[in-house]
Design a binder for this molecule. Structure first.
Ligand code: NAD
Ligand code: DAU
Length: 350
């Protein structure tokens, strides 16, 4: 019997992690803590919300007294920390929100774990879910390994790098049992349509321009979100304390090639003539400080913990498109209201 606090469980990756743990471990109690920002959505979890081993708590990780109270009441055995501001473009517009949640919020959780687990760290674990963006940008060669020096460029990646450093500092200074994983770009169902793939699916579906930053030459390394959730499960249960694991699918794509592939899939799914959706591609002003290339070397995870990605990209992308086409109500709900204002503000001047 374990009681696990999962933060950010109403978001994209968090909801897949919550679902996996609730389904795979009926003897664990899963407490999902989420502030329900624009990115958090309980509709992501309707299939498991009534399970006896699942509970939702609405709370903000920047609210230290609330977090302390919860640790005192609940006696958690472990934390899997995903709550974050996660969108690079938003971090360029408003860095402070990223410092508050990603740095201060993470430190609040570490403090609570340190305080309430004090004297009996055995069997307790703090798992911090992080990103490959902390390593900075690659040129055309090479890959990020666990030894790559941190070199974040955006306010988002700087805030995630800072939280990674705090997590390691609490291990080295106080002996807290911590593990960190740094993952590449995820894709799949329930992805908020501010990020490239779901935004492009939504726009192609609606016959709207598909904005590609710069010349579309930037490269990202895409991983099926359920493979990330499975990697988190394996690392949570098997990694040694203080360890870091990189997670990635060896699946690099130039943005423009990815968008063309997506357009071909959407033409097929929507019964459009081949080449029709690609006419929507629109090159727009580049992102400031845009990292050229990310590529993850996940050899350690594959060799030490026997994790391998399960899906080929084209298969995963088709499944993703199918999910968005079958879940029109979900998409309509998340793209109403504030989303329109965000979109207008983000793209009008590009
Ligand atoms: P997301 O934006 O979809 O979800 C973030 C969740 O955190 C939301 O449910 C939101 O409501 C919640 N949240 C935000 N601020 C909060 C606060 N102050 N208190 C409590 N809850 C709060 O993000 P995601 O893409 O699912 O990413 C989850 C984690 O994984 C993040 O830590 C991110 O850095 C990391 N990550 C993401 C990717 C990716 O490709 N999306 C890749 C690697 C790592
Ligand atoms: O690498 C992991 C990271 O991946 C995570 O830590 C972040 O939380 C996640 O948002 C993601 O960051 P990116 O900036 O790589 O993802 P995004 O979907 O925003 O952009 C992917 C690429 O597409 C990037 O090169 C920018 C480009 N892009 C993005 C948008 C939103 C466009 O060309 N047009 C767009 O409209």
């Amino acid at each position: 019997m374990k009681k696990i606090l999962i933060t950010g469980g109403a978001g994209f990756i968090g909801s897949h992690v919550v679902r996996r743990f609730v389904n795979e471990y009926p003897d664990y109690q899963i407490v999902n803590l989420d502030k329900l920002t624009y990115a958090g959505n309980l509709a992501n979890l309707t299939d498991i919300e009534d399970r006896p081993n699942y509970r939702f708590v609405k709370a903000d990780i920047t609210d230290a007294p609330r977090i302390n109270e919860l640790f005192l009441q609940e006696n958690f055995d472990a934390v899997i920390h995903l709550a974050a501001e996660s969108h690079v473009d938003r971090s360029i517009t408003d860095p402070s929100a990223f410092v508050m949640t990603n740095v201060i919020g993470s430190v609040n959780l570490l403090n609570a774990a340190r305080e309430y687990w004090k004297g009996s760290y055995a069997g307790k674990r703090f798992y911090h879910v992080s990103t490959d963006e902390v390593y900075g940008a690659l040129s055309e060669e090479g890959m990020f390994t666990e030894q790559t020096a941190y070199d974040p460029h955006s306010p988002y990646s700087a805030s995630k790098a800072s939280s990674d450093h705090f997590v390691r500092a609490y291990h080295d200074t106080y002996g807290l049992d911590v593990v960190i994983s740094n993952c590449s770009n995820n894709y799949g169902s329930h992805h908020f349509p501010e990020k490239l793939i779901p935004l492009a699916i939504n726009n192609i579906k609606n016959g709207q321009p598909v904005p590609v930053y710069g010349k579309g030459e930037n490269v990202r390394d895409w991983l099926w979100v359920e493979d990330h959730a499975r990697a988190i499960d394996v690392i949570f249960h098997q990694a040694k304390t203080g360890e870091t694991y990189n997670i990635g699918g060896h699946n690099e794509w130039k943005n423009i090639d990815l968008i063309h592939l997506l357009c071909r899939i959407m033409d097929k799914k929507l019964g459009r003539a081949e080449g029709e959706s690609a006419k929507l591609i629109t090159f727009v002003t580049d992102r400031a400080g845009h990292d050229l290339r990310y590529a993850i070397d996940s050899t350690k995870l594959q060799q030490v913990l026997n994790w391998v990605p399960s899906l080929q990209f084209e298969e995963g992308l088709e499944k993703t498109v199918d999910w968005y086409l079958e879940n029109e109500e979900w998409l309509a709900n998340v793209t109403s209201g504030n989303y329109q204002a965000y979109y207008e503000n983000q793209y009008k001047s590009r």
